[in-house]
Design a protein around this ligand. Structure first.
Ligand SMILES: Cc1cc2nc3c(=O)[nH]c(=O)nc-3n(C[C@H](O)[C@H](O)[C@H](O)COP(=O)(O)O)c2cc1C
Length: 254
């Protein structure tokens, strides 16, 4: 039996969740990082493998680009745990959508988790996932594989799924501190940034803010965008109440 994680994770929360879940099953899980579109390839899994697949919630759905990448994964009755990371608002239909897709691709979904991670925008759920979140995710991973396989797994959400899954409208800019190291361009999930770090294809940018988080000089920024500043303030205020992680296993639903 081999344990794998496959994830899209622009700002690292979904990756942390996937690795924590997998660590509850085995200490040597492999990472399949599908965040950068040009690096995401096809993978087939054996019947006795276990796959943990994780992605962020964008507007109540799984980010569409993540779903496209995950369509390259195929199972053969392989056990699968689905996980979404959400920014303290809600996960709506995202978890259900991901579970449905994995089942359709030959996996047997044995558990589902929606965990809170720092929101891309504003200052929401900062520091999450924290130590307690990661411990709970790890424990969930262990419980999901130990649960009896004949139970029902009831994941919240509605079909047809709500509209969503697309990126946002904000476009970071490059400030004078940029040294054109190329890191943001290499790590941009959608290849939206030119090699010199200064040109951006606005039609490809999804507002994931990965470039802002990874820039060693803090040169990718939303500073000076008053529309974004007002939105970030409003969202931070609206989402100030702590939300909890949700775990679904067959065991608990029996
Ligand atoms: C365009 C966009 C839409 C988002 N929509 C939601 C949402 O509907 N609900 C929510 O709680 N968080 C939402 N978020 C926040 C992310 O789901 C959250 O920050 C997540 O932990 C990011 O995961 P990652 O670090 O793996 O990329 C959104 C973020 C972006 C960029």
């Amino acid at each position: 039996m081999s344990v794998y994680t496959a994830f899209f994770s622009a700002t690292g929360n979904s990756r942390q969740a996937a690795l924590a879940i997998a660590s509850g099953i085995a200490e040597d899980a492999s990472e399949i990082d599908m965040t950068v579109r040009s690096q995401a390839g096809a993978h087939s899994f054996a019947p006795d493998d276990i796959l943990v697949v994780a992605a962020p919630v964008y507007k109540g759905r799984v980010y569409r680009g993540a779903m496209e990448r995950f369509s390259l994964l195929s199972g053969s009755g392989t056990r699968c745990i689905v996980a979404v990371s959400y920014g303290n608002r809600a996960y709506d239909d995202a978890l259900l959508e991901l579970a449905d897709a994995m089942e359709a691709q030959g996996f047997r979904v044995i558990g589902a988790a929606a965990s809170v991670g720092r929101h891309t925008y504003g200052t929401i759920a900062q520091g999450r996932p924290g130590g307690d979140d990661l411990a709970a995710l790890r424990d969930f991973g262990r419980r999901a594989v130990e649960a009896p396989s004949d139970g029902a797994l009831r994941i919240p959400g509605t079909r047809p799924y709500r509209e969503g899954g697309d990126g946002g409208a904000y476009r970071p800019s490059t400030s004078g501190g940029c040294i054109s190291c190329g890191l943001c361009a290499r790590l941009c999930p959608e290849g939206a940034i030119g090699p010199g770090c200064r040109t951006v294809d606005s039609s490809r940018c999804i507002s994931c803010f990965r470039c802002i988080r990874v820039c060693p000089r803090g040169a990718r920024t939303m500073e000076g965008d008053s529309g974004y500043a007002a939105f970030a303030r409003m969202l931070t205020e609206r989402l100030s109440v702590r939300q909890e992680n949700a775990f679904y296993t067959k065991e608990e639903d029996r």
